[in-house]
Design a protein around this ligand. Sequence first.
Ligand SMILES: Cc1cc2nc3c(=O)[nH]c(=O)nc-3n(C[C@H](O)[C@H](O)[C@H](O)COP(=O)(O)OP(=O)(O)OC[C@H]3O[C@@H](n4cnc5c(N)ncnc54)[C@H](O)[C@@H]3O)c2cc1C
Length: 493
Amino acid sequence: MPEPDAGVLARRGDIVAALRAIVPGDGVIDHADALRPYESDALTAYRQPPMVVVLPQTVEQVAAILRWCHANRVKVVPRGAGTSLSGGALPLADGVLMGMARFNRILDIDYADRLAVVQPGVTNLAITRAVEDAGFYYAPDPSSQIACTIGGNIAENSGGVHCLKYGLTTNNVLGVELVTIEGEILRLGGRGLEAQGLDLLGVVVGSEGLLGVVTEVTVRLLPKPETARALLIGFPTVESGGKCVADVIAAGIIPAGMEMMDQPAVHAAEAFVNVGYPLDVAALLIVELDGPAAECSHLIDEVEAIALANGAVSIRISTDDAERAAFWAGRKAAFPAAGRLAPDYLCMDGTIPRRCLPEVLTRMRALSERHGLGVINVFHAGDGNLHPLILYDANQPGQLATAEAFGADILRLCVEVGGVLTGEHGVGVEKRDLMPLMFSPADLAQQSHVKSAFDPELLLNPGKVFPLLHRCAELGAMHVHNGKLPFPDLPRF
Ligand SMILES: Cc1cc2nc3c(=O)[nH]c(=O)nc-3n(C[C@H](O)[C@H](O)[C@H](O)COP(=O)(O)OP(=O)(O)OC[C@H]3O[C@@H](n4cnc5c(N)ncnc54)[C@H](O)[C@@H]3O)c2cc1C
């Protein structure tokens, strides 16, 4: 992370006092013990207590804090629930951590227009809970949905098992209220499907807290499908499972979800939830189909035929909602289940063309042997989004560095076969220094010009997403000629 600014640290007392003047009561936290819970997000390998935490409750407070921090050159890191897996909410030693937990109200539900207006600290699942009795739901469903907030979802453009058919966060958000670092309150998008002018909402979704603080969100609500049924399909090889995934999509079928687990993941999940997963298969595929009952039955027959043509050795088809939920239970618990296999794991997030699934999984096994660390695979197979979980023990000297090197090799492999560095977890700190693998200096310069248009002094969430240029040079990802860095106009974080 960027070196802390000694001048800012020396002003800590004044900064805390200024924040207390804006947010009275217990909304400012500065005691060392009370700062500890904020020292990391879900990428716990990286930790840094913030200089101070502020918990505003109104948009006016957010604007006043940002305006003050801008005028006094103090950095700000926004935070939702802290479930980011890429270190997006990692605090700064010389920065204010702005927690949005008190923005936790659902402001409006409009079934006629099929939308809900919510504050950013509302959890993803709370939106569905609020509308399900009326037959509606909010489609993007990260596995962390019980805890993660809609503000964090916007910042990471989060996905989930149902995003194959219904789209990511960006496809399900209609508008946001955003406060810039200068304290200006903007409204981007709205309640309709189209807004005038440039698609700035599209720029903000996935911007990882670098462009502004989201203070209100308007999301689309979808009617619950009439029927949903799932198939649990076992394959003798990962390759045959991967081929089945490609064939389902090639047949023009878009399942509501299509998730795969390799054998170590199946064993870990089954030991954790006991839902009857077959343990003798090399790969397990869960395919969910939804819609009118007749359409569902027809598609189930088609998927079953495709699976059998690809050598499936076991097929179960859910007969009721309880059985369908049981099929998903192991997949949804795969991350905590991995926690039983090793003291620590790194969850990677790369995306590849679907046809490369067998090749990438085979090469990942070779990388696992080379690095001497185990890996289990759970992934959104339908959209080629891999989540390898690298198992390691942080108490063993050097194992974190080995796990990081293994993870970087996996992401290099994803890019090499034509994929991308991230599917849904964001770049954050984790993949920051790998950005030059995918983007040329000119690409990165254009992206940082967008950042500078919102935040010219680079005070919002610095050290995330954009590679630290000296690190790129060290890692050989940038050509430094005669000691001169290319693109000297690129902001240095
Ligand atoms: C067990 C587990 C399973 C997960 N499964 C999935 C999954 O299936 N799919 C998926 O996509 N992700 C998944 N994640 C990752 C994570 O839950 C998502 O990235 C989520 O969107 C983060 O939300 P949060 O509220 O925790 O945000 P935080 O972790 O607090 O912050 C994430 C980023 O958002 C920014 N931010 C937060 N709030 C705001 C705001 N109001 N305005 C501006 N910026 C803001 C932060 O600065 C940071 O950059 C999983 C994580 C865990 C731990």
